[in-house]
Design a protein around this ligand. Structure first.
Ligand SMILES: Nc1ncnc2c1ncn2[C@@H]1O[C@H](COP(=O)(O)OP(=O)(O)OP(=O)(O)O)[C@@H](O)[C@H]1O
Ligand SMILES: [Mg+2]
Length: 247
């Protein structure tokens, strides 16, 4: 029996005028699975991610969520389909505390119509603990947190909507080594929660450490697919640089 993937894309294609940013890209993401998209600059990684996240409309190809064909015309529609996107530029409020940031715009209220701060604090703690985050105090203002901890808050914020798939485009790009370790920890937390993750990263060491599968894009096409535990660094590099050819 094959499990229905959370996401399947088939022959996903995006042309910008003469630029073939993505060409016939097909892959699946299952629950409890981290799929890394790697490739050189301009390989098409962000283009593919943005089509899944509803930020770009495909030129051709099909997208299935939970086995059903869908069109994802906007980030809002992606959100409604259970697809969360965590961007590098985080839209968080410096002067608010961790709980307030997680529930900003979706505050919980008690039956009397008052803000249910106790329940929000409890849930914020629960999300952060599930992610394995090292954030000691949900009342700390965001300004007091490191970049890695902020990523944790941004991810916890998306958990409120209970998405099934996370799209992360270079979530560690400007982070220090220890902050990057925090973010990799969160991604492992998401996998343990049963989520699927599409992770875009240039750091092959991180990718091989955390991904279940690695998909290599080159000039907009898939040029190699690996189980992370079987793939050598050299094999992945060869697929990225075009020394070997997929398909
Ligand atoms: N909005 C756009 N208009 C025109 N061309 C675009 C647009 N977005 C991306 N491209 C082109 O599509 C190709 C793929 O870009 P994409 O951003 O997907 O690459 P990437 O793999 O994410 O690269 P990087 O590692 O540098 O982030 C590039 O040639 C890029 O110039
Ligand atoms: Mg990119």
């Amino acid at each position: 029996m094959t499990r229905t993937p959370i996401l399947r894309v088939e022959n996903l294609t995006k042309h910008f005028g003469a630029v073939q940013a993505a060409n016939n890209v097909s892959f699946s993401v299952h629950d409890h699975e981290v799929v890394a998209l790697v490739g050189d600059n301009a390989a098409g990684k962000s283009t593919v991610a943005q089509m899944v996240a509803g930020a770009l409309t495909p030129t051709a190809g099909r997208i299935f969520v939970g086995g059903h064909p869908v069109t994802i015309a906007s980030p809002r529609e992606a959100f409604d389909l259970g697809i969360a996107t965590v961007y590098q530029q985080l839209a968080l409020c410096e002067n608010l505390d961790v709980t307030s940031n997680i529930f900003l715009g979706r505050e919980l209220t008690s039956q009397a119509g008052l803000l249910d701060t106790k329940e929000m604090d409890r849930l914020a703690r629960e999300y952060l603990d599930q992610l394995g985050g090292r954030i000691p105090d949900v009342h700390a203002p965001l300004a007091a947190l490191s970049g890695g901890q902020r990523q944790g808050v941004a991810i916890a914020r998306t958990l409120v909507a209970e998405p099934s798939l996370f799209v992360m485009d270079e979530p560690t790009a400007s982070l220090s080594v220890s902050q990057t370790a925090d973010v990799l920890n969160y991604i492992e937390g998401l996998r343990e929660m049963g989520k699927g993750v599409i992770l875009i990263s240039h750091n092959l060491t991180d990718v091989r450490a955390i991904a279940d599968r690695i998909i290599v894009l080159r000039h907009g096409r898939i040029n190699g697919e690996f189980f992370a535990q079987d793939a050598s660094y050299e094999q992945v590099i060869a697929a990225i640089t075009g020394l070997t050819h997929g398909h």
